[in-house]
Ligand binder design. Structure first.
Ligand code: V47
Length: 362
């Protein structure tokens, strides 16, 4: 039988928690106790450091061939109200101010455009790399990579090689949603399934690319689906080792079909914090747990730093996926990020995309 005492002993010596122990944690009401356990791990790995980076999101198009029912961002065709597609040559001017302000990373994800070919996406990278060779390009989720495989008939590995030649430096963690097919088939049946999502990251890691991983929670999934998801990521990490960060993404219910079906029910703060702390405990082989402030709000992300999280993401500047689904704030300055981290009692550290420390603000 699982007890707090037993879990404390395991966490103190760094022993891996089982599926059932993860589930047990979700059943507990004492979020402070869960947080304390998670903090043991977080402090062992990172002490008092909290990472942030100077980044800018770029969503080149919102036109998408898929119909995920949690998504408020996608439009089904170029003609639909609110649809947009930036041509590659238009993008540098949109982001130049951010580069001048010292951004180090572009985080590039968007729709799976039904008619533009693979060259469009290659050109987005090529143009940005040509204009801004020093900026790290973190681009395209595993779902996009799998879509490019379908478009081209190439293998995941070959698609990735061509993207790397065009300027790709690493991959973000989106598109994972909930792996378990009982849930996945109801929220995003067209998307790459668990095996394919993991296979793309496996291929990326074997090519030497670092990637991130995510989980979309707070909709129709149950705790066992969350734990199943975390265990699948943990097993993949044992095999290929390239995940840098895990990001639990709270479902935003505005302007999407799933949200309407669930009466626009938002996750609660306690569920957010608990999920994050349990992810810190279950994902013993992934270094960083991100409290993505756009999704949590800066205020809750700040609290999350005492429940296992050690990273707040970055300045972001312009973001559409969460804004379209109900998030209120799109950008934080470096000074704001540092102030939030300091006020929580931690040391802000600017990092680059692959977690090299740029500056410690002691
Ligand atoms: O894959 C879409 C999620 C993801 C909604 O790698 C939604 O550093 C909540 O993956 N409510 C994209 N979530 C964002 C993402 C990400 C974000 C920050 C950092 C990193 C990283 C990756 O957003 C999608 C999907 O899971 N999403 N719609 C929604 N209504």
């Amino acid at each position: 039988m699982t007890t707090w005492e037993h879990l404390r002993e395991k966490v103190n010596v760094g022993e891996r928690l089982t599926f059932d122990e993860g589930l047990w944690l979700f059943e507990q009401r004492d979020v402070i106790k869960i947080g304390k356990l998670a903090q043991t791990v977080r402090r062992r790995l990172h002490g008092d450091k909290v990472y942030f980076n100077k980044n800018r999101h770029i969503n080149p198009t919102n036109v998408c061939a898929f119909h995920c029912n949690f998504c408020s961002f996608a439009r089904t065709s170029d003609e639909e109200d609110g649809a947009y597609t930036y041509m590659p040559e238009q993008i540098p001017d949109r982001v130049r101010a951010a580069v001048d302000a010292g951004v180090r990373e572009f985080h590039i994800v968007g729709g799976l455009h039904p008619t533009l070919g693979f060259d469009y996406y290659l050109d987005v990278l090529r143009v940005l790399k040509r204009e801004f060779p020093h900026i790290h390009l973190k681009a395209f989720t595993a779902v996009e990579i799998d879509f490019f495989r379908e478009l081209t008939g190439l293998s995941h590995e070959e698609v990735l090689r061509q993207l790397v030649d065009a300027g790709l430096d690493s991959m973000p963690g989106g598109g994972a949603e909930i792996f378990h097919w009982d849930v996945r088939r109801k929220i995003c049946p067209e998307k790459a399934n668990m095996e394919t999502w993991l296979a793309v990251h496996d291929a990326a890691h074997r090519l030497g690319l670092k990637t991130n991983c995510t989980m979309l929670y707070g909709h129709i999934e149950k705790p066992e689906h969350r734990i199943h998801h975390m265990v699948a990521l943990r097993e993949q990490q044992d095999k290929s080792g390239g995940f840098q960060t895990f990001i639990a993404l709270a479902f935003h219910p505005e302007e999407n079909n799933l949200g309407r079906k669930l009466n626009r029910q938002w996750t609660t703060g306690v569920d957010d914090i608990k999920t994050l702390a349990i992810s810190r405990l279950m994902l013993d082989n992934i270094s960083n747990i991100k409290a993505y402030w756009v999704m949590l709000t800066p205020q809750l992300a700040q609290v999350a730093l005492s429940f296992g999280a050690n990273d707040m993401d970055g300045t972001i500047i312009e973001e559409h996926i969460y804004q379209d689904a109900g998030a209120k704030k799109q950008a934080m300055t470096v000074e704001e990020l540092k102030a939030f981290i300091r006020a929580a009692g931690y040391t802000p550290v600017e990092r680059d995309t692959v977690y090299n420390e740029i500056e410690v603000f002691a």
